[in-house]
Write a protein that binds this ligand. Structure first.
Ligand SMILES: [Zn+2]
Length: 107
């Protein structure tokens, strides 16, 4: 089996679900994927924590209402149904400190 990276997380991968997927995307390519823009201007997401609608502009993004962390696999970046939610308790555990703050990446 061959994938595009050397990420050797067991049980995780681009097709994982829930927190596994979020953690996979967070760690993919040293974190650069997580802060990369989702193609086609983003993906409409419904927060799986509080139900708010927001636009997922980067592969990992927190809900603007409740800070619930959502992610979508780069392999399924156009699939709204592929958006995964890390769970309500995930917010505190990552605090996004390891991520480059999403500096409005418009060029
Ligand atoms: Zn929310």
């Amino acid at each position: 089996m061959r994938d595009c990276g050397s990420v050797g997380l067991s049980g995780a991968g681009p097709l994982a679900s829930g927190r596994d997927l979020v953690e996979f995307v967070l760690s993919a390519h040293g974190g650069t994927v997580a802060s990369s823009s989702v193609p086609n201007g983003g993906l409409e997401a419904t927060c799986q924590g509080c139900g708010a609608c927001f636009l997922l502009k980067t592969f990992v993004q927190a809900c603007p209402e409740c800070n619930g962390v959502h992610a979508v696999s780069p392999l399924r970046a156009s699939d709204q149904a592929a958006i995964q939610f890390a769970g309500t308790d995930f917010v505190r555990s990552i605090a996004f400190e390891s991520l480059p703050r999403m500096a409005g990446g418009d060029k």
